[in-house]
Design a protein around this ligand. Structure first.
Ligand code: FES
Ligand SMILES: [Fe+2]
Length: 335
């Protein structure tokens, strides 16, 4: 007779931790798509992570149409049952002649690298991770997903990046956020071709970015006094917006869906020891940023609309908008 799950599925802190890691076990996967391409990001039996093109090597069928889940120990095409192992090697191809060479028909790989627990995938051929800022002290690999909200925003992805790269709009657009940060105080590092950003300190009495500026979780271990009193906001090009708080990390990843539409996955990550603590709360951080996100998405949609008008022409940047100007350079260089 079917039974409910054993106790550990509900009552074991270690099991809970593995649930919050997106692909902790061999066979766990999620998919990501961009324009016509879809990748399966999965952990193989040796514990490595890889990105496999979601394209059967028989007649090209998409193998997996789910956002995520777990393969038992292989990936099987739903069409004629060609079967691959978790590293993409072809194991079985029914009805093929004896001289058919399975080794030549494994799934295509995309470049895939890890950095501080983040997985970077490249749909093209670019193999290596670019130079990235040093955030070792944040020990990002020890953070676990607490909450995810996906937004569908009617704006070009570059408008989302530009909006993130400046806080000059904070007094007009974000009344609550503006109570927590001095909008004009950003200490930016020199922008590079792969990232830009810097730190924004809190106003006196503010402890973190939350609905009331109070911090309800301990500091992340390893932070110095300065890092305990600011947020590091970085754009890792092209599509990761990284916000490192004294007590949590927020990430946005941008997934362009059309010239005027972007899917934005926003995630809040907390220390793995904290998230299993009985007193743990996160709504203060999630609610604060959800509200702020919606304000930013709204203005980005307004920007998109204005720019689409025949009356639009490129406008002048102020000196405080230097990160946007640097980003525009990168965009132009990519043409
Ligand atoms: S298309 Fe995948 S097995 Fe035929
Ligand atoms: Fe904003």
């Amino acid at each position: 007779m079917p039974t409910t799950l054993p106790r550990r599925y509900y009552a074991d802190a270690d099991y809970y931790r593995t649930e919050l890691d997106e692909i902790p076990e061999a066979g766990d996967y999620f998919t990501r798509s961009l324009v016509d391409d879809s990748l399966i990001v999965t952990r193989n039996s040796a514990g490595g992570i890889q990105a496999l093109f979601n394209v059967c090597r028989h007649r090209g069928t998409r193998l997996c149409d789910q956002a995520g889940g777990r393969f038992v120990d292989r990936i099987q095409c739903p069409y004629h049952a060609w079967t691959y192992d978790l590293s993409g090697r072809l194991l079985a191809a029914p009805h093929m002649p004896p001289d058919f060479n399975k080794e030549d028909h494994g799934l295509h790989h995309a470049a895939c690298t890890e950095w501080g627990g983040h997985i970077f995938i490249c749909f093209g051929s670019s193999p290596a991770l670019p130079e990235l800022p040093d955030f070792r002290q944040y020990q990002m690999e020890d953070l676990r997903l607490g909450r995810r909200i996906v937004y569908d925003v009617g704006a070009n992805w570059k408008l989302i990046v530009s909006n993130f790269n400046e806080c000059l709009h904070c007094p007009t657009l974000h009344p609550v956020l503006n109570r927590l940060h001095h909008y004009n105080d950003a200490a930016n590092v020199p922008a590079t071709a792969s990232y830009c950003g810097g730190a924004l300190a809190f106003k006196p009495g503010v402890e973190t970015m939350s609905v009331d500026g109070k911090r309800r979780r301990p500091f992340l271990p390893g932070l110095c006094e300065t890092e305990r009193h600011h947020v590091a906001y970085y754009t890792i090009y092209p599509n990761l917006l990284l916000s490192l708080h004294p007590d949590y990390m927020m990430t946005h990843t941008l997934w362009p869906r059309a010239h005027d539409r972007t899917e934005i996955i926003c995630e809040w990550h907390f220390h793995r020891d904290e998230i299993v603590n009985g007193d743990f709360v996160m709504d203060d951080a999630v609610e604060f940023w959800d509200q702020t996100n919606r304000e930013d998405w709204w203005i980005s949609e307004q920007s998109q609309r204005g720019i689409q008008s025949r009356a639009y022409e490129p406008g002048p940047y102020s000196e405080r908008e230097e990160l946007l100007w640097a980003f525009d350079h990168i965009v132009r260089d990519g043409e």
